[in-house]
Design a protein around this ligand. Sequence first.
Ligand SMILES: C[S@@+](CC[C@H](N)C(=O)[O-])C[C@H]1O[C@@H](n2cnc3c(N)ncnc32)[C@H](O)[C@@H]1O
Length: 258
Amino acid sequence: MNKFLEMPCAPTIGIAPLTTGDPAYAPARVQALFDAMAPTYGFAPWLSGGMLGRWRQQLVDALHLPAENQPVQVVDLMAGGADLWPALRRCLGCSLHLTAVDFSAAMLARASRHAAGSRLALHPADALATGLPAGQAHLVTSTFGLKTLAPAAYPALAHEAARLLQPGGQLALLEVVLPTRGWLRRLLHAYLALLIPLVQRLCPAAAVHAALAGYLRRGSDPGQLRHALRQAGFGKLRQQRLWPGCAVLLTAELTSAR
Ligand SMILES: C[S@@+](CC[C@H](N)C(=O)[O-])C[C@H]1O[C@@H](n2cnc3c(N)ncnc32)[C@H](O)[C@@H]1O
């Protein structure tokens, strides 16, 4: 087992300072939130009615993967417990070499359930400055980490992804978004309003998940993210809404030199 899995609490890792006035996005606050959420993060798939797993699979299906039997180096930023591993592994088999980057030790420790051996490396670091070698990755991915990242941090994220990728490498980002209007927005607001008190009552340890609803309501900013990606050298940007319309998948290719 990776030595990091045995660590009981967060190591001291360099985290970029707050780049926005909103304290909700302070990195230390987000890290503490996910440290607290880690023991009950396993509830997330059923709280989402299975949609999180389905959307992760759709991200993998959207990738252009290198020819079979070649090692494929993937860096997953804000990886949690390497939650993207099962979908990537189904697609890439033994070719998959995944580095899971996260600043929450408790979230990363959940990756032990994959029993993935040396093909899964856990890297405790800030996703905005990973310290991983430049130009090695075929793919950089990130699923459901954007909501707790201030839009002011998007340029740093885009530059770090560009630094990690080989020329022509792919980026795929996935996040839940509340639609700005319509029946789905009303339904999701009603769902969150009902779900949170229910979860708090049934399992007080999971009450911390309520904070995520606040980040969802703040929303991420795909337009600003696309701008940051272009500035960092990404092209072939493609943004799609995934069914039923409350997840956004953004894919791009590193087209110009860093
Ligand atoms: C909602 S979880 C998503 C986990 C996983 N990717 C998934 O598909 O479920 C967001 C994760 O991003 C991590 N995170 C947020 N901001 C980060 C940052 N700046 N650097 C590293 N990890 C970060 C949190 O610790 C948390 O594990």
